[in-house]
Design a protein around this ligand. Structure first.
Ligand SMILES: [Zn+2]
Length: 680
């Protein structure tokens, strides 16, 4: 069950309160078709059931919206199909307000881990109620899915939303725990029960779809596709939709990192942004069309198809301003599609993050920070990389990065040893590669003497790794491991640790506004060590970068990555750090596509403001204008001789040099996105 996606989708949200009158009354077939076609849209996800629990199709299982007088889904669906627009169908899974009120016993009972108190959703607060997948609600949902499948056998997929199972202590979960010998008082047993609920949901709903049509595409959306879930993804999803609204809290770096993992699953995937200034449900909220264009071009550059989120007004009329903006982005996408289908991401480096190992479904911020810091280092340094989990073949990469806190068990250790023997390189940091006994698991020619008592401390890297011009002690915000070299071991120091006079702690122990300065002399401890093909850094460097974002530190990290990789990168460029480069192979066309991307993303609005007693999640990263970027040089390693290099989709030939297995070219100027195609 693998699904090949179209390039230009709209995810048309329609969560509509039962209090709103006149649902769908302005729907007009011709206007609907013209709006979508003019906007170059060729797939629209339409609603059967929303988070409120109301249906927009005729239903004997659920409840049609009380103020809807006809089968709106049927009208929208037929209008789309008549003009060859695909129509996958949306069904809300985890939220259903109608059933929550009818069957309060099907709702999640949430636990406050600190106090042990349980809670259900307060009627005094606006917001959706979470249904429990261990309860009979799942069987009800299955009947809804079956009904939709029978009514719309030619739909282009089933999209199920809010697919996760919180820790829950409802009667159904307690029964599941009792039956399986789990103890509700133990956090690990509660987590097992939640995972059982999720898998029960996945298996029952997917089976319901497959029983009726084994070819029907299906996607279970959890808002994030985390590394480590590959077995579940391949079992239950026909493709991936990477929900990532850059201005809605995800930021501009979330999508590339998700796409770098999605690319390794073998499933087709799309990026899902939104037309909103903030996030879903923002009626009257718009981002600049320039931002939408950049976001869609980024999807192409990272090997994804495109989806733009919108929310339909209850009257059923598509918003003209929204579709003018979408049309600009999708006209651009349509012209570029021939170079973006059936492509494969070229990668020298793989990040194996903690989350891929410690949990099948993690949102633990400390797991994600190591990944985010490492990925941002690679994105800004224009390295070609994948994000992987244990299903990957390590030998496909020149360098593996295990950022900050990746536990290495015996099986992983064996695989890493075999990879190193074959000439692979390893970059470890923080507690990655440190065993439970507090010793290094790899021969690093160094001793580990526990954690430093100081936080922060300071470092001066070796000249080779130093950010140009920064040869003084640089503050390292998080605690290091104390590492000393073993003489004659063949290991090399990567720099020196400097310690502060004391930790800032109380009125008797502080100096100046922040941390205490460094003592003048270096300690015997090293910032890191390199032996043979392994590089180890004593601080959780990627977490530090993810949180603080220090620029000279970023320049140091890029040098470390280049150093740790050993051999030559497949592609290098002089793009600025805000630029992005990816290299995609398109085997069916015998060509390689170099994607160059650039936008000036700026922060506007307060990241976190309290207005009328409510916390506003601002995080307003915006793009207003797309500024041309001049003078981009790229060199790509190529074993095969190139027969031509062109700028696409313009079709303009580009001068290039081919020598010593390298193709070099210069792009005078580009705006937002440029594809450079190497034909073999
Ligand atoms: Zn439950």
């Amino acid at each position: 069950m693998q699904h090949h996606l179209r390039f230009r989708q709209v995810h048309l949200d329609f969560h509509t309160s039962g209090l709103i009158p006149g649902i769908g009354l302005s729907f007009d077939k011709e206007k609907w078709q013209k709006t979508l076609l003019d906007a170059h849209v060729n797939s629209v996800t339409l609603f059967a059931k929303c988070h409120h629990g109301w249906h927009y199709n005729t239903t004997n299982v659920g409840h049609m919206h009380p103020n809807l007088g006809f089968d709106l889904l049927r009208a929208q669906f037929d209008a789309c199909k008549e003009v060859d627009i695909n129509a996958p169908i949306y069904i809300s899974a985890g939220f259903d307000m109608v059933k929550a009120v009818e069957h309060p016993e099907w709702c999640c009972v949430h636990l406050d881990e600190e106090t042990g108190e349980t809670s259900v959703h307060s009627p005094l607060k606006a917001g959706y109620i979470r249904m429990c997948f261990n309860s009979p609600y799942t069987e009800y949902l299955v009947e809804e899915i079956r009904e939709v499948m029978r009514q719309f056998p030619n739909c282009n997929g089933i999209f199920l939303d809010i697919v996760s199972q919180p820790i829950c202590l409802c009667e159904s979960c307690l029964k599941v725990m009792r039956y399986n010998g789990l103890d509700p008082r133990k956090p690990e047993d509660r987590a097992i029960c939640a995972q059982m609920g999720l898998e029960r949901y996945l298996s029952l709903t997917t089976q319901a779809v497959m029983d009726i049509d084994p070819e029907m595409p299906i996607f279970h959306n959890a808002g994030h596709v985390a590394p480590g879930q590959q077995a579940l993804l391949k079992k239950y999803d026909s493709h991936l939709e990477l929900e990532s609204l850059p201005t809605g809290g995800w930021g501009y770096d979330h999508f590339p990192i998700s796409a770098k993992y999605a690319a390794t699953t073998g499933l087709d995937y799309l990026g899902m942004t939104g037309k909103f200034h903030t996030t879903w449900g923002e009626f009257g909220g718009y981002k600049d069309p320039a931002a939408l264009r950049y976001e869609c071009d980024a999807m192409l550059a990272y090997g994804a198809k495109c989806s733009i989120g919108d929310q339909l007004h209850p009257c059923g009329n598509l918003d003209p301003a929204t579709y003018r903006a979408i049309g600009q982005a999708y006209a651009d996408v349509e012209a570029k599609e021939p170079w973006c289908d059936n492509v494969r991401n070229v990668a020298d480096i793989a990040i194996l993050p903690a989350g891929a190992i410690t949990s099948s479904c993690t949102r633990n911020p400390s797991d994600l920070r190591g990944l985010n810091g490492a990925a941002r280092t690679l994105l800004e340094g224009h390295f070609l990389f994948d994000v992987i989990d244990l299903d990957a073949n390590f030998n496909d990469y020149k360098l593996l990065i295990l950022p900050d806190n990746v536990p290495v068990d015996a099986a992983l250790k064996r695989r890493l040893d075999a990879y190193l023997v074959k000439g692979g390189h390893l970059l470890l940091s923080g507690s990655s590669g440190v065993g439970a006994d507090g010793k290094f698991q790899f021969d690093l020619g160094a001793n580990l003497e526990g954690d430093s008592p100081y936080e922060p401390d300071y470092m001066v890297p070796t000249r080779e790794l130093m950010a140009p011009g920064f040869d003084s002690p640089m503050v390292m915000y998080l605690r290091s491991k104390r590492v000393t070299l073993v003489k004659g071991s063949g290991a090399n120091s990567l720099g020196s640790i400097y310690e502060p006079y004391f930790n800032r702690s109380d009125r008797a122990h502080f100096s100046s506004h922040q941390h205490t300065p460094n003592q003048p002399d270096a300690t015997k401890y090293v910032t890191g060590v390199q032996k043979d093909n392994i590089t180890y850094l004593a601080h959780p460097v990627f977490t530090i970068y993810a949180i603080w974002g220090n620029v000279p530190f970023a320049k140091y990290l890029r040098k470390v990555v280049r150093f740790a990789m050993g051999g030559e990168p497949t592609a290098v460029t002089n793009l600025p750090s805000a630029g992005r480069m990816t290299v995609m192979e398109q085997p069916s066309e015998n060509r390689t596509i170099v994607h160059l991307l650039y936008a000036n993303v700026v922060q506007r609005g307060e990241p976190c403001a309290v207005v009328n007693g409510q916390t506003i999640r601002g995080n307003a990263q915006v793009i207003e204008e797309l500024v041309p970027l001049a003078g981009t040089d790229v060199t790509v390693l190529s074993e095969r001789p190139v027969t031509g290099v062109t700028l696409e989709p313009q079709g303009l030939p580009l001068n290039y040099r081919m020598e010593n297995g390298r193709v070099s070219f210069h792009v005078d100027t580009f705006t937002c996105h440029q594809m450079v195609v190497l034909q073999y």
